[in-house]
Design a protein around this ligand. Structure first.
Ligand code: MEV
Length: 323
């Protein structure tokens, strides 16, 4: 990713990057203490660059959304200002006279972790500009505080998978665990093009859970069983099993009320074109879905997704690991 020429004459003081993410299994149920599996998507990146500010103020410029935030005067609910204030408070420093320029390839409100990725990139850039190194756990904990503005009651999975930058088995409130992947797995990420803030989907699930706790708890348990089975299938590199589990997870998500006709259409198109399975990924309602494919089905499934209305299809690979 490069910045527009002539954007500033000053040399950067520091920069930071962070990837997007997909949830392979377990979104929504993870908010209620069930496990989930997520992976970073390095092909989609957020980047923050810190410059000296020409007017000596502390400001954030989000180029993609044409937004400028003056940190000293921004409201408590501004996520950019919150991130900068949290870093300065943690380091016991005053607001620095810096201009932070942000760019992101990750679409906003699309289930790919754009909020957590931007916050992580900003935290890394600021820490580097202050000459401080933090662990992934510390960056993740800080970004979680910003996630609360985006999500209301986040499980912490987005900030965790993005700050650690590796696939994780995640249970709310616990350190992330690595898991084994027995074979390279090709995934296609199809974008419905419909912005859908995760906060709203999470709030709707909460309302449903409050109204009918036993039905929702049973669905969360069903998803948890799928996530456990998926862990074994991932370790064995068992694509047919993983595909069936993705379809089963999608059914449970639809029962929770977080699917949409557009997501269902993309999932059906991917399956019909030869994907092993497909499901929404992230908050749902709109945003992105994922499909598991064999390498030789990549092109036909991509074409089928585009023909079914996907605005963009991104390929990512989960590479084999030992646990
Ligand atoms: C969002 O990427 C995943 C959700 O489960 C929300 C959360 O875990 O905070 C929908």
């Amino acid at each position: 990713m490069t910045f527009p020429q002539g954007e500033t004459d000053a040399s950067p003081l520091a920069s930071g990057r962070a990837p997007g993410k997909i949830i392979l299994f377990g979104e929504h149920a993870v908010v209620y203490g069930r496990p989930a599996i997520a992976a970073p998507v390095f092909r989609l990146q957020a980047e923050a660059v810190v410059y000296p500010d020409p007017e000596g103020v502390c400001r954030v410029e989000a180029l993609d959304i044409g937004q400028q935030v003056m940190v000293a005067t921004a409201g408590e609910d501004d996520p950019f200002a919150r991130l900068v204030r949290l870093v300065c408070t943690a380091l016991d420093r005053p607001l620095p006279p810096w201009r932070m320029v942000i760019r992101s390839e990750i679409p906003v409100a699309s289930g790919l972790g754009s909020g957590a990725a931007v916050a992580t990139a900003m935290a890394r850039a600021l820490l580097a500009a202050f000459g401080v190194e933090w662990s992934a756990a510390a960056v993740s904990a800080l970004v979680y505080e910003v996630e609360k503005l985006h999500h209301g009651t986040p499980s912490g999975i987005d900030n965790t998978v993005i700050a650690y930058g590796r696939p994780v088995w995640f249970v709310r409130g616990q350190p992330p665990m690595p898991f084994a992947v027995g074979a390279a797995l090709d995934l296609l990420i199809g974008d419905t093009g419909i912005a859908s803030p995760t906060r709203l989907a999470v709030a709707d699930v909460r309302r449903g859970w409050e109204a009918d706790p036993s039905r929702f708890e049973a669905l969360f348990d069903r998803i948890a069983a799928i996530v456990h089975e998926a862990r074994t299938a991932l370790a064995e590199g068992d694509r047919p099993r993983l595909g069936a589990l993705m379809d089963a997870n999608q059914e449970a998500l639809a029962a929770l009320g977080v699917s949409s006709p557009e997501l269902e259409r993309l999932c059906a198109a991917a399956r019909a074109a030869g994907a092993w399975g497909a499901k929404l990924s992230g908050g749902g309602r709109g945003g992105n879905m994922i499909a598991l494919v064999d390498p030789d089905r990549r092109e036909p499934v991509t074409a089928a997704l585009l023909a079914a209305g996907a605005h963009r299809v991104v390929h990512t690979t989960l590479t084999p690991t030992a646990q």
